[in-house]
Design a protein around this ligand. Sequence first.
Ligand code: 1HE
Length: 272
Amino acid sequence: MSLQQCDLPASLRLDRNGGVAVLTLSRRAKRNALDDVTVQAIGRFFADPPEWAEVVVLAADGDHFSAGLDLGELGERDAVGGFRHSRMWHEAFGRIESGRLPVVAVLKGAVVGGGLELAGAAHLRVAESTAFFALPEGARGLFVGGGASVRVSRLVGAQRMADMMLTGRVLSAQEGVAAGLADYLTEPGEGLDRALELAERIAANSPVTNYAVLHALPRIADADPETGLLLESLMAGVAQSSAEAKQRMADFLAGRAAKVGAGSSATTEENR
Ligand code: 1HE
């Protein structure tokens, strides 16, 4: 049975938009700071998303995507407690990155600390022009613990991440896009619509292709080149042999499928 709204804490809201599940951080009074309850519920949601969902859009209420770790919960954790807490975040965000569904995050305002780690676990990021990116862990006497060493450094490189942590450098939305922290830039208030549009395009792909992009591509990219090329060939063989691929190729050859650049929902009629 899939997780439903009633299983989510007040800090998360689930809405349905066709085959797109919109999961919204809804703790705007605390700038969507991530407390344990929220992080654990995010993990449960992505471990068992609704059966009808084909893509997830991860959004936020208010002016900020997320102020990161809920600093009010740090308390008197000892080293072992801190280790376990970090591993809990890894488990939850790993379910986003390596789950069943493609995830598009909509970013605005603060995307900082653990908020950037959450965004980094999504597969695509749309940034409204109000978004700003930072890793203020240094200023708080902390180190990243929600996966940034792996995911943020993969997006921007370890050197740029070191700069953000050592100097507290804040990247604007434009700088974030240029650095690779986000893939699309929109005007304020337009991020969700853009993400929904992207989600629809993603949902129109063959599930085999989407699975390969989510699960094979990152492993191939991390593998040594010869292993990577072998894995690519294996995945290519699996994808090509699927009934869906055969149907799609036949549709194209018969003039029934959209041409490249015309939008995947466009019909041949519209392309003429
Ligand atoms: C919070 C948090 C939070 C706000 N934990 N309560 N993250 C940070 O170091 C970022 C800290 N936050 C900020 O720098 C600012 O709040 C913002 C730039 C995000 C937004 O500023 P602003 O002026 O809109 O809001 P505010 O007045 O600062 O905050 C509004 C309320 O949210 C206020 O509570 P109130 O009860 O006084 O109304 C704040 O205390 C509360 N709030 N951010 C708890 N983060 C797995 S390791 C990850 C490590 C990290 O993420 S470190 C980075 C932590």
